[in-house]
Design a protein around this ligand. Structure first.
Ligand code: 2P0
Length: 324
């Protein structure tokens, strides 16, 4: 009863920012992301009849705190699904620079869901796997697929229609993303807490939600047509709207640093110089920049000259979940 799976992280171009059900992790809107090559988690799950409890090792180090709790709570769901009372050794190897603001929970839970479900004898298809991994972390539902994927929020109370679907795989279009590292400090407000406060208190939240359907239609059309400017304009505006909701929260907050704004300005300067590039920012200060391969050298050079930038990590579209 042992299996190993590998999943890559993803970055949302249309953001997930709020839940309608916290326990089932059901979102308030559809989101759409790009899965990235190079940043992934490989996880082995080994269920053994003689174990008295689960154990979790991350990059060779045994984990006991919050990370362990989330893993074991997730394994509990898998056990219930399979109708088996058996514990597991879980070993994860994380090739995700979390300091760069690349979410490791997306690749982490997608790899765990795939390995655990296979090891315990459940034979899940991609849709079922996406629905399961969603319970670990919402954004991981999109990491089941390579390239572009959309997490459909669904309508049902039990979450049975809330899972991701593929939009275009990693071979559809060679679009690039640079992760711009500004700080490796842990953020003060987790994305979970930040989205909760925003949903509960921000008067801008309603406007954010209203604007999503048009962004989704536009970006899906642009992805199919490989219209880079349309993808970039929609993604950048969607990110700014998400961050605007937090400024309206009570108490207000922002994930941005002064250097975050400097990078945003530098991306605008690239466009003024004829280089099509657009930014997106998640629940943290670091910035991701979308660009095309022919502009890679110039984009990297211009990002590295911004004061406060400590590293720039370049990536291509990556594949969906796989078994090793
Ligand atoms: C996203 N983020 O769509 C958005 C944009 C952050 C900003 O998904 O509570 O770690 O585990 O479901 O998936 C981060 O939230 O949250 C996130 P949970 P998750 O990528």
């Amino acid at each position: 009863m042992k299996a190993t799976a590998k999943a890559h992280t993803n970055i949302a171009l249309i953001k997930y920012w709020g839940k309608r059900n916290e326990e089932l992790i059901l979102p308030t809107n559809n989101s759409l992301s790009l899965t990235l090559d190079g940043f992934y988690t490989t996880t082995t799950v080994d269920f053994q009849e003689d174990l008295k409890a689960d154990s979790f090792e991350l990059n060779g180090i045994p984990e006991q705190g919050e990370a362990y709790k989330r893993v074991t709570a997730f394994l509990e769901l898998v056990r219930k699904m399979a109708g088996k009372e058996v514990y597991a050794h879980v070993a994860s190897d994380n090739q995700v620079p979390t300091a760069a603001g690349f979410a490791s929970s997306a690749s982490g839970f997608a790899a765990l869901a795939a390995a655990a479900s296979k090891a315990i004898g459940l034979d899940l298809d991609d849709k079922e796997l996406s629905r399961l991994t969603r319970r670990g972390s919402g954004s991981s539902s999109r990491s089941i697929y390579g390239g572009f994927a959309e997490w459909q929020m669904g309508e049902k109370k039990d979450g049975s229609d809330s899972y991701a679907v593929p939009i275009a795989d990693e071979n559809h279009w060679d679009i690039r993303m640079a992760g711009v590292v500004l700080t490796s400090e842990m953020k003060k407000i987790s994305s979970r807490a930040g989205m909760r406060r925003t949903v509960e208190t921000s008067p801008f939240y309603e406007g954010w939600l209203k604007s999503i359907p048009e962004d989704l239609t536009g970006i899906k059309e642009a992805i199919q047509e490989k219209n880079f400017i349309q993808v970039g304009e929609i993604a950048e505006a969607n990110c700014l709207k998400m961050h605007a909701t937090s400024l309206g929260a009570k108490p207000p907050f922002t994930y941005w640093l002064d250097s975050t704004i400097r990078v945003m300005r530098q991306v605008q300067k690239m466009r003024e110089q004829g280089i099509p590039a657009y930014f997106t920012i998640d629940a943290g200060p670091n910035v991701k920049v979308l660009y095309l391969p022919e502009h890679e050298a110039e984009v990297e050079r211009m990002l590295r000259e911004v004061p406060g930038v400590t590293d720039v990590i370049l990536s291509k579209p990556g594949p969906g979940v796989s078994y090793l």
